[in-house]
Design a protein around this ligand. Structure first.
Ligand SMILES: Nc1ncnc2c1ncn2[C@@H]1O[C@H](COP(=O)(O)OP(=O)(O)OP(=O)(O)O)[C@@H](O)[C@H]1O
Length: 405
């Protein structure tokens, strides 16, 4: 079964909460909704399950409009696990999970699948609490009871609002493994609002990044979770790396940049020499480009983590004409060029050698001299700030010569 959100606007209390939101969730897909507090994630889930009616646009479950379905028909198609785990009444866990069977049990009949409740409690690991009153459970235990209730509903579309919010790290992973398995095994369409970006990236097929009631981006986690987009959505500085064990993106929050270096700086890299320079420039708040660097090198990984534009070349190869031309473009757009004295690309060809000669050099490798300042890493930011008054534009001629004009 598929879930199709088409151009949905939602207003609550006279305020527009969602604007032109669209999302597709296919069979067997787990889609994560991520975004800052108040972005509209819960509201989107409530529009998906029909609790909130859009003022325009529509939500379709296998081509049927959710808002036009009678409530039992909607419950047979969509199960929800709400964010709020407060369960006010003194029902037992089993009674609470049985509520999930409501849509399947005829008014005066018996449950066609009498084992469904027990199975759901087992899967959500709450069977041991079956006869306890729900109000006596911890927040995380209650959250798993609500998951069991949704599982008992056996709906092909499952919506989860922060399913791991109250869970310890073990149950976070177990719950998301379970949710992942539900999407894989039973060809469900699953949507989960998830605050933890690392977990969202690890378990979801796709992410929908929501900010201020709009979809900022959607697609593969690695495409959506770039430092620039996370910054735009959350107003937070982050580094985005790659988990060496899983290959998934990892998002590390960084403190705000200490400085306000209002410079665009190109760093000539290679041989892992640029990484410390990039870290210093990131902290200083500079706009940075880098390259040529080898794909997958520490220089490249560091640039990616900070969201810096990088010119790359395959490992163990010299920069080709295209890489040199692209690096030259970035140099031409920069206010200053920095080159670590050990950078491998220095001297790789005439154009890069000439660029490096006109650059600020970091470190004291004695083989090389730069036309700008020669500084230690700790003095780099001051040296660049000193250039700020009258930055020297760099020009690279067709012949590959770079000159400071
Ligand atoms: N009934 C309502 N009337 C007016 N505004 C509302 C109503 N319900 C929610 N909002 C507002 O809509 C915005 C989106 O709320 P929503 O709960 O969807 O955000 P969220 O992304 O799920 O946030 P969080 O991460 O904090 O759970 C918030 O600014 C919220 O205050």
């Amino acid at each position: 079964m598929t879930l199709d959100v088409r151009d949905v606007d939602v207003e609550l209390g006279g305020t527009q909460i969602l604007e032109a939101v669209s999302a597709d969730v296919g069979d067997g897909r787990l889609v994560g909704v991520v975004g800052p507090n108040g972005a509209g994630k819960s509201t989107l889930l409530r529009a998906m399950n029909g609790v909130v009616e859009p003022v325009s646009g529509t939500v379709l479950v296998d081509e049927e409009a959710v808002h036009e379905l009678p409530s039992k028909a909607a419950s047979r198609r969509i199960a929800s696990v709400p964010q709020d785990t407060s369960l006010g009444f003194d029902f037992t866990v089993r009674e609470t999970v049985e509520m999930g069977r409501h849509a399947h049990v005829p008014r005066f009949g018996t449950d066609p699948d009498p084992e469904a409740v027990e199975r759901a409690m087992e899967r959500a690991e709450v069977a041991q609490f079956a006869d306890r009153e729900v109000t006596s459970l911890s927040g995380g235990e209650k959250q798993r009871v609500l998951l069991a209730r949704a599982l008992a509903q056996q709906a092909p579309v499952l919506l989860l609002d922060e399913p791991t919010a109250s869970l310890d790290v073990n149950h976070q992973v177990r719950t998301l493994e379970l949710v992942r398995g539900l999407a894989d095994d039973a060809d469900r369409a699953v949507v989960a609002a998830i605050h933890d970006l690392d977990l969202a990236a690890r378990y979801c097929d796709e992410l929908v990044l929501v900010a201020d009631g709009r979809v900022l981006d959607s697609g593969l986690p690695a495409d959506v979770l770039t430092p620039a987009q996370v910054r735009k959505a959350f107003d937070a500085r982050v580094a985005v790396g790659t988990d060496p064990a899983t290959g998934d993106p990892t998002v590390t929050p960084l403190p705000d940049a200490d400085g306000d270096l209002d410079e665009r700086v190109h760093v000539l890299g290679g041989g892992d020499a640029a990484a410390p320079v990039l870290r210093v420039l990131a902290d200083a708040g500079a706009t940075v480009t880098v390259g040529p660097v080898s794909e997958g090198s520490l220089d490249h990984e560091t640039a990616t983590r900070f969201g810096f534009d990088a010119v790359t070349v395959p490992p163990f190869s010299s920069p080709d004409d295209a890489a040199v031309a692209r690096a030259s473009d970035l140099v031409a757009a920069a206010d200053a060029v920095v080159v670590p004295s050990d950078a491998a690309s220095w001297g790789a060809n005439d154009a890069l050698r000439d660029i490096a000669t006109a650059a600020v050099v970091v470190g004291d490798g004695d083989r090389r001299t730069g036309g700008g300042a020669r500084v230690e890493l700790g003095g780099l930011v001051d040296a660049l700030a000193a250039l700020d008054a009258e930055p020297e534009p760099f020009a690279v001629t067709d012949g590959g010569d770079a000159t400071a004009e």
